[in-house]
Design a protein around this ligand. Structure first.
Ligand code: SF4
Length: 382
């Protein structure tokens, strides 16, 4: 029998179970402290819980942690983690310091880009994650663990070189005692379409947001979607104030439809209406992610409809120069073309940024490290 994992349980669920077991309420706080503050990986480490209670927990719940397969760091200190799950599937998380050393600033604040599925069914033409299809949804604890496992790794490991000595020491000491969080921003933008794993994602984010869990503010959590219209509307009706980012990558159905099959099911008009609903319900600015691909969506003809859409929805536009994926034909536009696109957007009154892909030298575009590792494992197995 497969046991449910303890880190897929909300506090109320555990409280109800402990009440049935007639376990005193304070034991729940002790357990949650071990899980989310001390980030332990075994029941035996929970030294202030009575042995028979630990046995009971062991009988009813699993306590899985992610196994690190590969870690890659890049010059600008973005780091990519390839994790092996209990069923040997591979997933990725990318850790991005707030101020890369490239710009000469120190920071102990980090954004973590989290995966939500093994593979992806949505098949965006520019993306490595969708290349070999969808395998399964991640369980809530597998999403939660991406944060905890990286913090565990850092508490014993070396911090990025851009962290100043004093903040490095403070952070490391804090991580070891559990009084500090390394990850204070989440972007749900890794492998998979987050809103296609809606229930598990919401459960995981509820745990990561809760004061008894991760304690990461909902406003520091951005959910990115390729444009699943019904789920965007559903998310708008949730109580938590997550930020929403849309992987747009094309401002007309013609261009978007060429690179994102999802656009056939949910064309731009429907997507824009769902975004408007989200924006009105939450009163928050939406972000459009727009990967600039040479000769595909970087022409000035895309600027006008993109500007109109952004203004209508009070959306900010993040322009991201394409990150080359092995085996795919797309190229990144030249820097003057990127700059021109940005300038033309700004001239139309749109708030826009042009981002250098921080993990360019470590295959940080989603799914690439996993794809490479799986392919080389398959080759070895042949
Ligand atoms: S961009 Fe996102 S939705 Fe599209 S294939 Fe890649 S992981 Fe899936």
């Amino acid at each position: 029998m497969v046991l449910p994992d303890i880190k897929s349980q909300a506090r109320e669920e555990l409280a109800a179970r402990f009440a049935e077991w007639t376990v005193p309420a304070y034991r729940l706080d002790q357990l949650l402290h071990w899980l989310y503050v001390r980030r332990v990986t075994s029941w035996d480490e929970m030294s202030n819980l009575p042995r028979d209670f630990r046995e009971k927990l062991r009988e009813h719940f699993s306590l899985q942690s992610l196994e690190l397969d590969t870690k890659q760091g890049s010059r600008d200190t973005t780091q990519k983690f390839l994790w092996r799950l209990a069923d040997h599937s591979l997933i990725e998380s990318v850790l991005i310091p707030a101020n890369p050393s490239l710009y000469g600033e120190a920071s102990d604040r980090h954004t973590l880009c989290v995966s939500t599925q093994v593979g992806c069914a949505y098949g965006c033409k520019f993306c490595a994650s969708g290349l070999e299809g969808w395998k399964r949804n991640l369980e809530p604890h597998e999403i939660v663990e991406q944060v905890l496992a990286i913090e565990r790794d850092y508490s014993g490991g070396t911090l990025p070189t851009n962290a100043s000595r004093s903040s490095e020491d403070r952070l490391k000491a804090g991580l070891q005692t559990g009084s500090e969080r390394l990850v204070n921003n989440l972007v749900i933008m890794g492998m998979g379409e987050p809103l296609a794993n809606y229930d598990h994602l919401l459960k995981a984010l509820t745990i990561l947001n809760a004061p008894w869990g991760g304690g990461i503010g909902a406003r520091k959590i951005t959910i990115s979607t390729s444009g699943l219209v019904p789920q965007i509307r559903k998310l708008a009706d949730e109580a938590l104030q997550f930020r929403l980012a849309i992987s747009l990558h094309g401002a007309t159905d013609e261009v978007r439809g060429k690179i994102m099959p999802v656009n056939k099911k949910y064309p731009l008009k429907e997507l824009a209406a769902a975004c408007e609903y989200y924006q009105k319900k939450k009163g928050r600015m939406i972000t459009f992610e727009y990967i600039l691909m040479a000769g595909v969506n970087d022409s000035l003809e895309q600027v006008e409809p993109l500007a109109k859409l952004a203004q209508k929805l009070h959306a900010k536009v993040n322009l991201i120069p394409y990150n080359k994926v092995e085996g795919l034909p797309w190229e990144r536009p030249s820097e003057p073309v990127q700059e021109q696109f940005l300038k033309n957007l700004e001239a139309r009154g749109v708030t826009a940024t042009l981002r250098r892909e921080k993990g360019h030298d470590i295959d940080a575009a989603c799914g690439q490290l996993r794809l490479k590792t799986e392919r080389s494992l398959n080759t070895l197995a042949q």
